[in-house]
Design a binder for this molecule. Structure first.
Ligand SMILES: CC(=O)SCCNC(=O)CCNC(=O)[C@H](O)C(C)(C)COP(=O)(O)OP(=O)(O)OC[C@H]1O[C@@H](n2cnc3c(N)ncnc32)[C@H](O)[C@@H]1OP(=O)(O)O
Ligand SMILES: O=C([O-])CC(=O)C(=O)O
Length: 370
């Protein structure tokens, strides 16, 4: 066996086949089952995109109503899950709470060990339905607040945001949050999705695959970057501080969160540009022009100094902020939104399974004896 094909981090390696999504960087398009994600985000809601990912097509209006009804019926999270979340230690990040909650939730699913299409479709719906309840309450539990239950009279995004902030969002806020969920819904083969399908390829269960994906997405080189971006912007405080502080970080060889991407290194992330527009609209309604100006200055500095473009997390962070979302929920919400894509990938893996088991380039010694 030759090791010429070895690429650190599997950069550029085709790891699997999928009919779900493709990053067509040359045409600056994120293809989701044939549709352009940005067009979807501008024209349909998150639930329609979730249906597209999970059921294979955009829903008719009766399918849409049935999908929403099914999700509403499945939202109830067993009290034992909240008790387990309450018992976590003080060092928890909310991604740890989410990871633990998902792991525990598996043990309440009577179809847990079944990997057939019907059972995994059911599991997927349950996961999508419960994710906002678990994520929103992870924050309330950590802060010793009362458990908040979902409201059936609100749409998926509005209900999710209302459970977080405690007040019903305005139509503009609900629309911005819905669009944020859509742009986070699916993105081909990031580390977290790869983790999930690698786990599924052993014929382990759907929950286990998602638990692994939570652990992956927590890292700051991946989903954790959105929280780090907001902390950075708040530390910088004012637009005039952005350039000097970024230059100082670069001089110290620090990575600037929210910039760069394995696939979009030399092209903009189309989702970041959409979130920049969303931020602009929110600023026009809510103020905080300084925040928008800071982001734009940061983008200019990074383009000039490093030739790097912002990724989704850079412009999603200030959007979350203006929507009143606590910073420690930014990454869990990314995961919640990504559930639709993840469960679809896991199901696709089960349908065409082949165990992932690559080889290595060995760099250790040989011929030693004890
Ligand atoms: C929604 C998402 O999950 S998007 C990703 C969110 N993550 C972040 O924003 C974290 C910051 N970004 C990064 O660390 C990287 O760009 C990654 C991890 C996303 C992609 O990294 P890789 O594809 O492995 O690229 P790699 O780390 O090899 O970087 C290539 C070059 O660009 C530089 N670079 C890449 N990103 C950054 C950054 N954010 N800040 C400073 N320099 C950077 C590297 O230092 C390297 O330069 P060099 O060749 O002079 O050493
Ligand atoms: O594609 C990636 O590597 C990371 C990313 O942007 C995402 O998961 O949305």
């Amino acid at each position: 066996m030759t090791d010429e094909t070895y690429k650190p981090g599997l950069e550029g390696i085709i790891a699997t086949e999928t009919a779900l999504s493709y990053l067509d960087v040359d045409h600056e398009q994120i293809v989701i089952r044939g549709y352009d994600l940005i067009e979807l985000a501008n024209t349909v809601d998150y639930i329609k995109v979730a249906h597209l990912l999970m059921e294979g097509h955009l829903p008719t209006s009766s399918e849409y109503d049935a999908f929403v009804r099914t999700l509403n019926e499945r939202q109830t999270v067993p009290d034992q899950i909240f008790s387990i979340m309450k018992s976590l230690g003080p060092q928890q990040h909310l991604m740890d709470s989410l990871r633990t909650a998902l792991s525990a939730l598996a043990t309440f699913d009577s179809s847990l060990g079944r990997l057939d299409a019907q059972s995994t479709a059911e599991q997927s719906l349950t996961l999508l339905a419960r994710m906002p309840v678990i994520v929103a309450n992870s924050y309330h539990i950590k802060n010793h607040e009362a458990i908040v239950q979902p409201r059936a009279d609100l749409g998926y995004a509005a209900n999710f945001l209302a459970m977080i902030t405690g007040s019903v969002p305005t139509p503009d806020e609900a629309q911005a949050f819905d669009q944020l969920l859509t742009v986070y819904s699916e993105h081909e083969m990031p580390n977290s999705t790869f983790t999930a399908i690698v786990i599924a390829s052993t014929l382990s269960d759907m929950y286990g695959a998602l638990v692994g994906a939570v652990a992956s997405l927590k890292g700051t080189l991946h989903g954790g970057a959105n929280e780090a971006v907001m902390h950075m912007l708040l530390e910088m405080k004012t637009p005039d501080q952005v350039a000097p502080q970024l230059l100082a970080k670069l001089a110290r060889k620090e990575r600037i969160m929210g910039f760069g991407h394995r696939v979009y290194m030399k092209k903009p992330d189309p989702r970041a540009m959409l979130m920049k527009e969303s931020l602009k609209r929110l600023v026009a309604i809510k103020g905080h022009q300084d925040l928008y100006d800071m982001c734009v200055i940061g983008e200019e500095v990074m383009q000039r100094e490093k030739g790097l473009y912002p990724n989704l997390d850079y412009y999603a962070a200030p959007v979350y902020y203006l929507l009143g979302v606590p910073i420690e929920l930014y990454t869990p919400i990314f995961f919640a939104a990504r559930t639709a894509g993840l469960v679809a990938h896991v199901r696709e893996q089960y349908e065409h399974n082949r165990l992932f088991r690559p080889r290595v380039r060995y760099t250790g010694p040989r011929g030693l004896h004890p």
